[in-house]
Design a protein around this ligand. Sequence first.
Ligand code: ATR
Length: 280
Amino acid sequence: MEQVFGVIGDPIGHSLSPIIHNDAFMNLGIKARYHAFHVKKQDLEIAVKGMKALGIKGFNVTVPHKVAIIPFLDELDESAQLLHAVNTVVNDNGKLIGYNTDGYGFYRSLKEHVDVHPQNVKVLIIGAGGAARAIYTTLAKEGFSHIDLVNRTVERAHALKENCPIEVKGEVFTYQQFAKSKDPYDVMIQTTSIGMKPNVNEKPIDLKGHVHEKTVVADIIYNPIQTALLQEAESLGLATVDGVGMLVHQGAYAFQLWTGKEPDAERMKQLLYEKLRGTI
Ligand code: ATR
């Protein structure tokens, strides 16, 4: 019987996950389908019960359900407990187990591009929302010892730092304070929605004055693939990491949790590049 997987969220129409998962099922000869399910906030509990009742084998969870789903699951693995958010659910013979592959997905994508050693690396994370929390906490767990934060709502950045179960050195800035700071960073990670289509000319900070020649600049936005911030980084001759890698690796890891098989991440990435560039 064909197995069913999916993603729940609101909005969900533009999700790229069905493309990569359905291609990977086909490529690996697995009889399965992955669907995007539009689930509104008020229907979350009943939708999760429905997933279980229908024997859906696994699903991704996206905005706005990543935290709200927790009470409706049977178990959380270590990653979901640590990040206090779930983006992947595995249906283990009727037991729904929550995982979080976002932070790991980002870290894999970063490591794919650059040889980063956590010790003595000074990191800046721009933003303090859910994505920033997943990345901050994962980097802290991986041994990064200095992470600064800059965010419009500075209280949110303080809360992120204080609520992280792993203590990490670092300062919290408003954008105004950051503009005046002078120390260069080794890795800078953009996690806000600034620069996302249609506002493609916007960027949250100016890189000049905050980088050295080996600084790596990452943006988790994948539409556009090259944000204004990454364009500035390239014009300064810096290494860049776009958001497609994180999208692929969080998905590839979820796929592995569901099927026990490792999908071809490079193939997934090429598919997404083609899709985002409008050629398929
Ligand atoms: P996600 O789960 O994708 O991280 P989120 O939790 O809504 O989404 O977080 C969005 C991030 O983008 C936050 O850091 C937010 O800043 P605030 O905490 O101050 O709201 C940031 N952000 C979004 N729009 C912004 C804007 N126009 N200017 C500055 N920051 C913005």
